[in-house]
Design a protein around this ligand. Structure first.
Ligand code: HEM
Length: 260
C-alpha cells in the first residue's frame, strides 16, 4: 500500500509563525477582547445600547439581570470542564496512557487546543460580569484578586487560577526561548491553576448546592487525583529503570517535534 506523496523540497517548507509571533498575536487578541469589552460596556450606557439590550432581553424572554447571570454561570461551568479535561488529558499523555490508541501529535495538539478553548470560555465568563445588571463588576475587580464585592476570597482564587492558566498557555509557545526545564516547571503550575479553578467554582458557584454539580466536581477531582498519582508513580518507575548514561564518541541528535 503506498502512502500519500509528500514533497520535501525546501521551496514547499513553510515554518509558519515563530513562537514570539504567536505569543504577540495572543497578546493582541487578549487586548482586543478587553478593548471590545470596554467599548461594549460604554455602549450599554447609551440609549442605543439600552435598546439593543432590551431587544436581546425580549428575544430570550429573560430579564437582562438573568441573561448575564445565566451566561456567566454556564460559561464558567464550560470553562471548568475544559480546564479539567485539559489537566486530565495532560497527565494521561505524559504518563503515556493513551499511546496504545492515539498518535502523540494528535494527543499533544488536542491538549493544547482544549486549553485554548477553556481560556476562551473563561474570557466570556469574566467579560459578561461587566454587564451584570444585579452586581456589575469593574475591570479592576475582574483582573485583581480579592477585591470582588461577592465572596472576595473564592473569586480571588479564581482570578489567580486565571493568571496561572494564561502563564501556562503563553509559555507553551515559548518553549524554545525559555528552555525545557523552565517550561516543565511552569507547566506543573497548571495543576495549581486547576485546583484554583475547582475551589473557586465550587465555593463561589450558585449551582454548587445542586447534587448534580457536587457529583460533577467530586468526580472530576477524583479523576485528576487518580491520574496525578499514576503520573507520579510512572515518573519514579522510569527514573529507577533508566539505563546508566554512557559516553559515546559521536553525539546523537534527537529531533522531537514536541518534548515535555
Ligand atoms: C480558573 C478560572 C475560572 C474558572 C474555571 C471559573 C469557573 C467558574 C464556575 C464553574 C463557576 C460556578 C458557576 C455556578 O455554579 O453558577 C464560577 C462562578 C463565578 N466566577 Fe468563575 N471561574 C474562573 C475564574 C473567574 C474569574 C477570573 C472571575 C472574575 C472575577 C470569576 C468570577 C466568578 C463569579 C463572580 C462567580 C459567581 C457566579 C454565580 O454563580 O453567581 N471567575 N466560576
Amino acid at each position: 500500500m503506498s502512502g500519500p506523496n509528500i514533497s520535501h523540497s525546501s521551496k514547499d517548507f513553510d515554518p509558519g509563525p515563530s513562537p514570539i509571533q504567536k505569543a504577540l498575536l495572543w497578546l493582541f487578541l487578549i487586548f482586543l477582547a478587553l478593548a471590545l469589552g470596554m467599548f461594549a460596556a460604554a455602549l450599554a450606557d447609551t440609549t442605543f445600547g439600552q435598546a439593543v439590550l432590551n431587544y436581546i432581553n425580549n428575544l430570550f424572554a429573560l430579564s437582562s439581570t438573568q441573561t448575564m447571570w445565566y451566561i456567566t454561570r454556564s460559561s464558567g461551568l464550560v470553562a471548568y470542564m475544559l480546564l479539567w479535561l485539559s489537566t486530565a488529558w495532560g497527565l494521561a499523555v505524559d504518563s503515556k496512557i493513551l499511546d496504545f490508541a492515539l498518535h502523540r501529535s494528535f494527543t499533544y495538539d488536542f491538549h493544547q487546543y482544549i486549553s485554548l478553548f477553556s481560556l476562551g470560555f473563561l474570557a466570556l465568563h469574566m467579560a459578561v460580569l461587566l454587564f451584570d445588571g444585579f452586581m456589575p463588576y469593574s475591570i479592576p475587580q475582574i483582573l485583581l484578586p480579592f477585591i470582588s464585592n461577592y465572596r472576595p476570597f473564592w473569586v480571588g482564587i479564581g482570578v489567580i487560577g486565571m493568571y496561572l492558566m494564561v502563564l501556562v498557555t503563553v509559555t507553551f509557545y515559548m518553549k524554545n526561548q525559555i528552555g525545557i526545564k523552565a517550561f516543565r516547571a511552569i507547566h506543573l503550575l497548571s495543576l495549581l491553576g486547576y485546583l484554583g479553578g475547582l475551589v473557586h467554582s465550587f465555593f463561589s458557584g450558585t449551582d454548587s448546592s445542586l447534587p448534580a454539580a457536587q457529583i460533577m466536581y467530586g468526580g472530576t477531582f477524583l479523576v485528576v487525583i487518580f491520574l496525578f498519582v499514576y503520573w507520579l508513580v510512572m515518573r519514579m518507575a522510569n527514573r529507577h529503570s533508566a539505563p546508566p548514561k554512557t559516553i559515546t564518541s559521536t553525539p546523537v541528535k534527537v529531533v522531537n517535534r514536541r518534548s515535555y
